[in-house]
Write a protein that binds this ligand. Structure first.
Ligand code: SIN
Ligand code: MN
Length: 267
């Protein structure tokens, strides 16, 4: 799948690009079932909220779930990133982020590359997230907030926040956020299930808690140009991967085939 010239332009100008309804209902159904399955697993990769119970994120789900394995090699996600990063990519990180109904906690203001650079010694910001919405992301269930054009300033100073949530994060201070929001405002990245959001790894973003009765699950593929692989192996392998082999895409119907196979095996 190729992005158009105007989509590429919008991505570079604003720092993000929304691709509405890229995956259909059948494909999303497969991924919703897969999310329920992985969140029920007792594995170290399935990180819990501060209550110790609610699933917050399932890291590396492409390594232990077939639907997520296929999604991690899906041409509708891999090809646009190869186009923007100008070459083959490997999987730096893979996460299925739950923002559970009523209890899903915040992600503080941050830049992804800030973490990849400080913790993993990724040489350059030649990496980015592409996110697939597994549920509708609406005003009330903790959608991503982004500061348009904040990607153009490089990496900001950050503090390592070990307190606010169960997950440590390099976060930006209030004065920096105020200044950036004065310039660029805030966009709330709403979208229907099946929509895809791509954004610069230096774009400043966060997400509020989910106090609604609606879950908000998003799958993030953090893809990095193969020449730009990480140099430090401080974090566990299932958080910052060490397999730098280029991803080979699967056929476009790989998720639909899985739906078909499970219907046949149930018959
Ligand atoms: C992230 O920025 O890494 C996650 C944010 C979210 O899923 O709300
Ligand atoms: Mn992030």
């Amino acid at each position: 799948m190729k992005l158009t010239e105007s989509q590429v332009e919008q991505f570079h100008l604003e720092g993000y690009l929304m691709l509405p309804n890229l995956f259909d209902e059948e494909e999303i159904g497969v991924l919703q079932r897969a999310s329920d399955t992985v969140y029920a697993l007792q594995r170290e990769e399935v990180f819990r909220e501060s209550d110790g119970k609610t699933a917050r994120t399932a890291f590396a789900a492409h390594q232990y779930n077939e639907a997520f394995r296929r999604l991690g090699r899906h041409p509708r996600l891999i090809e646009p990133v190869e186009q923007l990063l100008d070459g083959q990519v490997y999987m730096h990180q893979y996460k299925v982020n739950a923002k559970a109904a009523f209890t899903g906690d915040v992600w503080q203001w941050h830049q992804d590359y800030g973490t990849w650079s400080r913790d993993d010694h990724m040489p350059e910001a030649r990496a980015m997230n592409i996110a697939l919405y597994v549920n509708d992301a609406v005003e009330f269930n903790g959608p991503l907030w982004m500061i348009p054009r904040s990607h153009r300033h490089g990496v900001f100073e950050a503090g390592h926040d070990l307190q606010t949530t169960s997950y440590p994060l390099w976060t930006l201070d209030k004065a920096t956020i105020t200044r950036l929001v004065d310039e660029g405002g805030i966009v709330s990245a709403h979208g229907k299930a099946g929509s895809v959001l791509m954004f610069y790894s230096t774009l400043v973003h966060c997400s509020p808690p989910n106090l609604s009765p609606w879950p908000r699950t998003v799958v993030y593929l953090s893809l990095c140009h193969v020449d730009n692989h990480i140099r430090r192996f401080k974090r566990p392998e299932w958080i910052a991967h060490r397999d730098f082999a280029p991803i080979e895409s699967l056929p476009d119907d790989c998720l639909r085939q899985l739906a078909l196979e499970s219907v046949e095996s149930a018959a």
